[in-house]
Design a protein around this ligand. Structure first.
Ligand code: 4NP
Length: 167
């Protein structure tokens, strides 16, 4: 699907409590600010945290930066591919798991969240720069770093959509 046709984006990490909730909140914020009619949701490839709130450190870093979050963790399943146009993975493990869940017909819907960061000079397909590293075992600064990465990529995504739509 072309970027100008996308109406629903799903942000995916492992647990859906640290990175993808941040990616979801920031992307929704940017889309709303630009009045773009694209829905955003998020999920995890794993089931451990289903129903939980976002991690306290994700909540803290978002609130430090004036974002509002209201989140319950979910696990992505193949049926999500019926109602979302694009899946943005945080790291390559998430990407590979998503490709399996997607199946042959939907694998083209899977991409990396950081693909849209205009500051990255990606020189090969599996360039590690495309990953948002898992902050779960790190300190608060790891989470602050995740926020910076998703903000840059979300800004880039919005720019790319506006340019693709020609508006
Ligand atoms: P997330 O972080 O994938 O960014 O939500 C993690 C959350 C939980 C675990 C690992 C990463 N875990 O091992 O439970």
């Amino acid at each position: 699907m072309k970027l100008n046709e996308i109406r629903s984006v799903s942000v995916i990490c492992l647990g859906n409590i640290c990175r993808s909730p941040m990616g979801e909140v920031v992307l929704r914020d940017r889309l709303e600010k630009h009045d773009l009619d694209i829905e955003v949701n998020s999920g995890g490839t794993g089931s451990w945290h289903i129903g939980e709130n976002a991690n306290l450190r994700t909540i803290q870093v978002l609130e430090e930066n004036n974002y509002v979050i209201n989140h319950k963790a979910k696990q992505v399943t193949s049926s999500w591919f019926n109602r979302n146009d694009l899946f943005l993975a945080m790291d390559f493990n998430n990407y590979r798991d998503l490709i399996k869940i997607a199946g042959k017909n939907n694998s083209a819907k899977v991409d990396m969240y950081r693909r849209f960061d205009p500051e990255l000079k990606i020189i090969f397909d599996l360039d590690p720069q495309l990953e948002v590293p898992d902050p779960y075992y790190g300190n608060l600064d790891y989470f602050r770093n995740v926020l910076k990465m998703v903000e840059r990529a979300a800004d880039g995504f919005v720019k790319a959509v506006i340019s693709a739509r020609g508006v």
